[in-house]
Each structure stands twice: as C-alpha cells, then as structure tokens.
Design a binder for this molecule. Structure first.
Ligand code: DGL
Length: 269
C-alpha cells in the first residue's frame, strides 16, 4: 500500500479514552486528518481475557484499514500491552504506534528518585508490560502498579469530579503513595479524563505522566522521519466512528472536548 501525507491517521480505543490521544494529536499536528474508532459496544477491554482482547484488536484494525491510514495509533494501553503484534500484522506494513512504550519512556525521563507508580486496567497490570518496558530502559527503576478497574466506567459516564469518583481514587492510590513514588503513569487512556481529580489526590510533588501526550510526540517524530507529515495548512474535525450508541458518545465527546462536534457514525462490529 502506498502511504501518502494526505492519508488519515487511524486511532482506536475501546471507547472514549482514546480521545485523549486525539486531543493531543490535534494540538501537536493540527493538519492531520484523523479517523477514530471507539468500540463502545464492547467497552471495557481491560477486564476481558487476552484471547478476547486480541480478537477485538484484530477487528478494530480491520475497520481502520478500510480508510487506508498512513499510521495506526493504538490509543489503548490494554491492546498495546496484550495485542500490539496483532495490530502490526493486520496493519500490513502501516506503521503502528502503541501508547505504552511512549508512556514508559517519558516516565523514566521524569523520575528523579527511580520510584515510578503505574495505574491501568486489570489486563494491563496483569501483563506486567509496564514494569517490563520501564526496566528495559532502566533496570534500576522500581515500579509499583495498581489496577483501577472502576476508573473506566467513571470516565465513560463523565464522572470526572464526582465525590464517589474521588473516594474510589483515594482507595486505589493509597498503597502506591505509601511507596514514595515521584512519578505516576496514567497507564490507561481513559484516566487523563480524571486527571484533575487524580492530581488533587496525589499532590503537586508527584509528576503525572499522560501516555496520550507522549504518543503524540512519537507520532510526530515517526511521520517526519517517513516524510508523511501533513503540511496542507487545512485542519478538519476527526471522523468519529463507534460500534454502539453514537449519540451518547457525541454528548460525552462534547463534554470532554468542550466544543460541539459533528455527527458520530455507527460502525457495527
Ligand atoms: N482506554 C483503554 C486503555 O488504555 C481501555 C480501557 C478499557 O476498555 O478497559 O487501557
């Protein structure tokens, strides 16, 4: 397949979480056309088995491939941890970027005391992909992890500042904070939606790493290396596809992006 600078960047996640990556790409690379697929019919991925996650990853990639993307960004840590190879294979030569490595690299860069906390879905935490990626960069770093499965439904429901969300977050983060970490990786793309609340709990001394911002920087690098940056000077709103309830997704997007958005298309899986 010939890749061209005017082709879209394909991005997918299980639901609304990947929009944190869309937002980061839009602000860093405003002229890129984005095609986004959110698998809202099957969210959450993080509490499913590896076999199921790999099957979903294959199907999600197939949907994006119909739009002939010049790059695929896996805006889902769970798929990045458990099924990146499936996406690479189904992408048939299209460059693929996962969020996990980018987040791990940024965390190692930021940590001063070599004690890094990572939060994510059950599947991502059980895979140990973060400790592995972080220790591959620096084996001296100590990594402490905690699964926060309730964060995904809270984000999907727009409970960004609800007292119940804050209570749950305190419970999840308490043990990590006792470990003296100076850096906390949001190892799930849904979590930046709750970043303000998480920041209030962990306090200003701990650097929060958002893998969405990290992957946007990587995407720019990779596109530039391959002479695939879109320099048209024209920006368009992302083409949004979901596998269920497009209206609910539209309302949530508007809440999250703080602007009116065009219709969201239904793409059955
Ligand atoms: N946003 C995804 C992640 O980064 C998946 C969350 C889920 O569906 O459980 O892991």
């Amino acid at each position: 397949m010939t890749l061209s600078a005017s082709s879209p960047v394909g991005i997918f996640d299980s639901g609304i979480g990947g929009l944190t990556v869309v937002k980061a790409i839009q602000s860093l690379l405003p002229f890129e056309r984005i095609i986004y697929f959110g698998d809202t019919a099957r969210v959450p991925y993080g509490s499913k088995s590896q076999v199921t996650i790999r099957k979903y990853a294959l199907e999600d990639t197939g949907i994006l491939m119909k739009y002939q993307p010049k790059m695929i960004i896996v805006a889902c840590n769970t798929v990045s941890a458990l099924a990146l190879d499936v996406v690479e294979q189904a992408g048939r030569g299209v460059p693929v970027l996962g969020v996990l490595e980018a987040g791990a690299e940024l965390a190692v860069e930021h940590s001063r005391n070599g004690r890094i906390g990572v939060i994510g879905t059950r599947a991502t935490m059980a895979s140990n992909a973060y400790p592995f990626a972080i220790n591959a960069i620096n084996p001296e770093v100590e990594v402490f992890t905690s699964a926060c499965p309730l964060f995904v439904p809270l984000a999907e429901e727009g409970y960004t500042a609800h007292p119940a969300a804050s209570m749950i977050a305190r419970e999840y983060l308490e043990k990590l904070l006792e470990q003296g970490i100076d850096t906390l990786v949001l190892g799930c793309t849904h979590y930046p939606i709750l970043k303000t609340m998480i920041g209030e709990i962990v306090g200003p001394e701990i650097t929060i790493i958002d893998s969405a911002e990290a992957v946007a920087l990587k995407a720019r690098e990779l596109l530039a290396e391959n002479s695939l940056l879109n320099v048209s000077g024209v920006s368009a709103f992302p083409h949004l596809l979901v596998s269920d309830l497009p209206q609910k997704f539209k309302a949530l997007c508007e809440l999250f992006l703080g602007q009116e958005i065009p219709d969201v298309e239904l793409m059955e899986v």
